[in-house]
Design a protein around this ligand. Structure first.
Ligand code: CTP
Length: 397
């Protein structure tokens, strides 16, 4: 079972007797291929030692907000950004109260405030505490904010009474996590993705193009399809095989790409323009092969239409996502492009950084949205970047 291959799961363990069951949750998630990091509250360490989680997760376990041996520069922010999903198991009544009201008095509750990742909570406590109106209202607040709950089960509780409040079985918790990652959050949505590099002919045998491999766009199309969307992939040149999508359209030039994109635009819910569109084309394409008669050859280029800018002008309620491949002043240029092209968000990268940009399988991107929020992502695989982008699109839809 490798259903969770490469998924990054942060598990918050709070202080209840059921903390020991979280050990099995970590072990099962690891076996499914996930990367797991554990953050414990101080109370949780009364039940299970950090070392146990460290051995099982094969990662350092964090407890203290201000520990001497920081694993990261600003640990709570690094962990908050690292996670694809945050699971709290077991979640005590105290944790629910703090999370519902934004109290951040330890590492775990601080991460909860700082993370853009979805939150999944598996409560465990005495049944009277669970049924208490205060706890129920805290659960309601968290649900309204988008947290997903894995209901506790009924049975004999540690306090000796029988009732609701037992932590869900580890196997059920892991199933919910798998469901979360394979959930069809884009079901019924139509997403247009452009990928690869356009090429502009000079003559019947030559063209001008760029170094785009198509990998980033293909991963985005794949992720959108996996999440249940109907995906139209319009692609220029690429060095890899296209993924299986609802509709695949191959184009060469920027003008062809524009035409195909405009054909689909009215009926789609979102457009992700990851294609490297040639900014210029040859003014007059030679009908015959250009001979090497001259010592110097000057070719006049004219500007291509800016497809994304045009979409930004005519958009109705479609979500628009752009890319900004830069070599300097990344954030500044990317922000300008959001305004200029009327985008919801932009995925910017410095293509000169090692491990970012064209051809490689990884990318280092910053996502900036129209509300000016900036998320710096560490170096990750293009598949992981694609997942982040798709989850954001789903959120906006
Ligand atoms: N784009 C487009 N049509 C073009 C050029 C770019 O739709 N003719 C899209 C790209 O797919 C990308 C975004 O616009 O999503 C930004 O492209 P980029 O080339 O980085 O920026 P430009 O706007 O072309 O500006 P510059 O080249 O000056 O940086």
């Amino acid at each position: 079972m490798n259903d969770l291959q490469g998924k990054k799961i942060l598990i918050g363990v709070t202080g209840g007797i059921a903390a020991y069951k979280a050990v099995e949750v970590v072990s099962r998630l690891k076996k499914s291929g996930a990367e797991v990091k554990v953050v414990m509250t101080r109370a949780a360490t009364e039940f299970v030692t950090p070392r146990t989680f460290q051995e099982i997760s094969k990662n350092p376990v964090s407890v203290e907000m201000f520990s001497e041996t920081f694993n990261y520069n600003v640990e709570h922010i690094a962990l908050a950004n690292w996670a694809d999903v945050v699971l709290i198991a077991p979640a005590t009544a105290n944790f629910l109260a703090k999370a519902a009201h934004g109290i951040a008095d330890d590492l775990l509750t601080t991460i909860i405030l700082a993370t853009p990742a979805p939150l999944i909570i598996a409560p465990a406590m005495n049944s009277l505490m669970l049924e208490h109106p205060a706890t129920q209202s805290n659960i309601e607040i968290l649900k309204q904010r988008g947290a997903k709950f894995i209901d506790s089960e009924t049975g004999l509780l540690a306090c000796g009474v029988t009732g609701k409040g037992r932590l869900a079985e580890p196997i059920n918790i892991c199933e919910e996590i798998e469901k979360f990652f394979t959930s069809k959050i884009l079901a019924g949505k139509k997403i247009l993705v452009t990928a690869g590099g356009t090429s502009e002919p000079l003559d019947p045998v030559r063209f001008i193009s760029n170094r785009s491999s198509g990998k980033m766009g293909y991963e985005i199309a794949k992720a959108a399809q996996m999440h249940g969307a109907e995906v139209i992939l319009i692609s220029g040149n690429a060095t890899v095989e296209p993924p299986k999508v609802s509709k695949f359209v191959k184009v060469e030039t920027a003008e062809q790409m524009r035409e195909k994109v405009l054909d689909e635009f009215e009926t789609v819910d979102a457009v992700i323009m990851s294609a490297a569109v040639s900014d210029y084309r040859v003014k007059s394409v030679s009908p015959q092969k250009i001979k090497k008669d001259e010592d110097n050859l000057t070719i006049e280029l004219v500007k291509n239409p800016d497809i994304l800018k045009e979409l930004g002008r005519i958009r109705k309620d479609q979500i628009l996502v752009g890319f900004a491949a830069e070599t300097v002043n990344v954030i500044h240029y990317a922000k300008n492009k959001i305004a200029e092209k009327n985008l919801d968000f932009i995925v910017a990268n410095n293509v000169t950084k090692e491990g970012a940009g064209f051809s490689v399988d990884t990318n280092i991107v910053t996502i900036i949205d129209r509300e000016d929020e900036i998320e710096n992502l560490p170096k990750m695989s293009k598949a992981e970047v694609a997942e982040k982008i798709i989850l954001r699109v789903a959120e906006r839809l």
